[in-house]
Design a protein around this ligand. Structure first.
Ligand code: ZN
Ligand code: ZN
Length: 215
């Protein structure tokens, strides 16, 4: 299957990912995009090389002491485990498959109404990661964002007022965007999404259900 990814990780996010400063849920979405995207993997390599150079030149690495002591100090600085991008197989690329323990059939989906289903993935606090299953042709209720929302398409496609997003595409939404994502006809859409603040729903029912669904 050939896919053309048109929506990529921003420089700011990629740098934060390389530095290991992102919440786990965001790192998971980026690792999953990176495992599908040669272009962003190459960009990440450049940032990591740059980071290595900075470290080499810093007083830290020049400090007196054994190599071991030096490595131990670097290790102490090392970011918390971030999911590593690896090559993709099937609908769920490796970093995601590891969280789920397999593919979509392993997911414990919970209904959100209108045929839309979600599964919240266990990640550290600070941001929430969820899988969304949107039947072909179905819309997600119109909403705004209080923080950042990353949405990565894994199967099918969706469109909103900004563009169309297919497999591998990453939508980065913030406070300025209000949207109603609609799954494309033909194939049910599966997305991996991460948010660091609750969404802002415009309709009453989704708003009432928000605490229940942790959206
Ligand atoms: Zn990319
Ligand atoms: Zn959104």
């Amino acid at each position: 299957m050939t896919t053309t990814i048109r929506h990529h990780v921003s420089d700011r996010l990629l740098m934060a990912y390389a530095a290991g400063t992102l919440p786990e849920a965001f790192s998971l979405v980026l690792a999953t995009h990176l495992s599908l995207c040669d272009e962003c993997r190459a960009r990440l390599g450049e940032y990591e090389a740059l980071g290595g150079q900075v470290l080499e030149r810093s007083d830290l690495a020049m400090a007196e002491g054994s190599l071991e002591a030096c490595l131990a100090r670097i290790e102490g600085l090392a970011p918390v485990a971030r999911p590593q991008p690896r090559r993709a197989h099937g609908v769920f690329p490796a970093p995601l498959a590891k969280y789920v323990g397999g593919g979509p059939e392993k997911v414990k989906w919970r209904p959100l109404g209108m045929g839309v289903r979600q599964a919240i993935l266990p990640t550290a606090r600070g941001a929430t990661a969820r899988l969304l299953y949107i039947p072909a042709g179905q819309a997600v209720p119109d909403h705004g964002h209080r923080g950042t929302e990353l949405t990565l398409v894994l199967q099918g496609a969706f469109a909103d007022s900004t563009d169309r997003f297919g497999r591998g595409d990453l939508e980065i939404a913030d406070e300025d965007l209000e949207h109603t994502p609609i799954a494309e006809a033909g194939e049910d859409c599966i997305c991996l999404a991460a948010t660091d603040a609750p969404l802002r729903f415009n309709a009453l029912i989704p708003r009432l259900l928000q605490p229940v669904f942790r959206i």
